[in-house]
Structures are given as structure tokens and as C-alpha cells.
Design a protein around this ligand. Structure first.
Ligand code: PEP
Ligand code: MN
Length: 264
């Protein structure tokens, strides 16, 4: 179902007037790694809305390496993320980690995110396939392209055609980046499937100083958009403080990409 052999034209999502894929301008999804507080979300949404960003991200359920790391605000985070996004005329995307939470997350989020660690969670894939919300599906940490596309197939096979693929880097022997951004996967996903493809430069790089060149490269190989983490004060963030951009950093990022984000 994900193949271009089945559907040759690009799938274009229209989520409350926000278009993703096809000939639409590249979509930017931005916001903090974790939803931490009202002040943090309010400042971030106000800033990003002012930059023309239409999709606000923020994790309420966090897949942390350590069980002692900040696990997210849960339902309170969903309520906060939804409210702040709506106040600023934005869509809200957040991760769902557990089949038991799909219903509540779908109530507050405009787009459901399946994270890299859950790409192989087939029960979750089926469950979001039954939800009436678009799904952003991240590529697993060590998933082949084929496994990633089959994971998308699980969602479509349950009747949900609104899937966005997201390349977020894979694990290799390389240590100078957190993950290795696989641009070939982006080009292949664009060629072999009709689904929109977004590149998460933040989790791919794991370091702020590479986000501009990686985002440019992603758009150059045909990505339909970029996913980037932005936090008012990355140094004090409760997760991913090495890689989130502050507002000045995002100003530079959007200036550097501006010619690629507009109609020529
Ligand atoms: C995230 O986007 O919040 C996240 C945890 O990313 P990933 O699943 O790609 O690691
Ligand atoms: Mn993060």
C-alpha cells in the first residue's frame, strides 16, 4: 500500500489547512524535546508561531534510556501542548509509546508520533493505524529501509493512509554524531513510496552545529520537511540539552534555509 506501484502520485496531507508532501512548501515541525512547563511551552509556541511555524512538537511521554531520566508530564503534558498550540493557531504533534495511550493522545494531538524505539512495536503500529489521526513514523535505530516501509505498511493496512515517514538517523560505528543521517533512505523512500518524508536533523546529528548543513542536504535530496528541536533554554532542558536550538539558534537556522523554504 505504501508503494508507488500501487499509487503513483504523491500523497499530500491536509491537516486543518496545513499541507504536507507533494508540491507543498517544506514543512517545519519544531518545538522542545520534552514538554516541561507552561512557561516553556508558551514561550516556545509564541516564538515559533512568530516565525511562521505551523506544527508544534513536544513529548509528553518520553522514551528515555534510563528509567530514572525525566519520563515526561503524561496527560498534563498533552493538555498543555494542545492548549498552547491552539492558542497560537498551530497543530500539535506528540509521541505515543503505548497502545493503551493511543486514544488519549489522539484526543489531544493533531498528529501522532511513533518514535524510533517503537518502530518495531507492531501492536502500536496497528493501533495508530486504527486511530483517526495522521501518524509520523520514525525510522528505527537499526531498521533497514525495508523494515521501515513495512512498519508504515502496518499502519496503512489498518486503514490509515495518512502516514509521514521520518528519517532520524541510524546507529553506526560513527561516534562524532549521535546517529548517522541516512540521506539515501530519504531519496529511496521518496522514489519507492508515495508518502511524505520528513528529516529529523536534531536526533540524527545529536549536536547543534550540524543542523543547518544537514537540513539543507535533506531538502536537496527531496525531503518534504524538517523536524528540529527548539527550547527557550537548552542548557536547562530536562532532555536532549546537547542538541536543541535556542531562539537565536533557530533564527540562524531559518535564515540559512530561507531560500529553500520559499517559492523561488
Ligand atoms: C523525539 O522526537 O522526541 C524522539 C524521542 O525521537 P526518536 O524517537 O527519533 O529518538
Ligand atoms: Mn529529543
Amino acid at each position: 500500500l505504501v508503494s508507488r506501484k500501487v499509487k503513483s502520485d504523491d500523497t499530500v496531507l491536509d491537516i486543518d489547512g496545513v499541507r504536507i508532501g507533494g508540491n507543498s512548501l517544506p514543512t517545519i515541525i519544531a518545538g522542545p524535546c520534552s514538554i516541561e512547563s507552561e512557561e516553556q511551552m508558551e514561550q516556545t509556541a509564541a516564538y515559533l508561531a512568530g516565525k511562521g511555524i505551523k506544527i508544534l512538537r513536544g513529548g509528553a511521554y518520553k522514551p528515555r534510556t534510563s528509567p530514572y531520566g525525566f519520563q515526561g508530564m503524561g496527560v498534563d503534558g498533552l493538555i498543555l501542548g494542545n492548549r498552547v498550540a491552539k492558542e497560537h493557531g498551530m497543530l500539535f504533534i506528540t509521541e505515543v509509546m503505548d497502545t493503551r495511550d493511543v486514544e488519549i493522545v489522539a484526543e489531544y494531538a493533531d498528529i501522532l508520533q511513533v518514535g524510533a524505539r517503537n518502530m518495531h512495536n507492531f501492536a502500536l503500529l496497528r493501533e495508530v493505524g486504527r486511530a483517526r489521526r495522521p501518524v509520523l513514523l520514525k525510522r528505527g535505530l537499526s531498521a533497514t529501509i525495508e523494515e521501515w516501509l513495512y512498519a508504515a505498511e502496518y499502519i496503512l493496512s489498518e486503514g490509515n493512509n495518512e502516514v509521514i515517514l521520518c528519517e532520524r538517523g541510524i546507529r553506526t560505528y560513527e561516534k562524532w554524531t549521535r546517529n548517522t543521517l541516512d540521506l539515501s533512505a530519504v531519496a529511496i523512500a521518496k522514489k519507492e513510496t508515495h508518502l511524505p518524508v520528513i528529516v529529523d536533523v536534531t536526533h540524527a546529528a545529536g549536536r547543534r552545529d550540524l543542523l543547518i548543513p544537514l537540513a539543507k542536504a535533506a531538502l536537496a535530496v527531496g525531503a518534504d520537511g524538517i523536524h528540529v528541536e527548539v527550547h527557550p533554554s537548552p542548557a536547562t532542558a530536562l532532555s536532549d540539552n546537547e542538541q536543541q536550538l535556542d531562539f537565536a539558534g533557530y533564527d540562524q537556522f531559518s535564515d540559512a534555509l530561507s531560500s529553500m523554504l520559499k517559492v523561488p
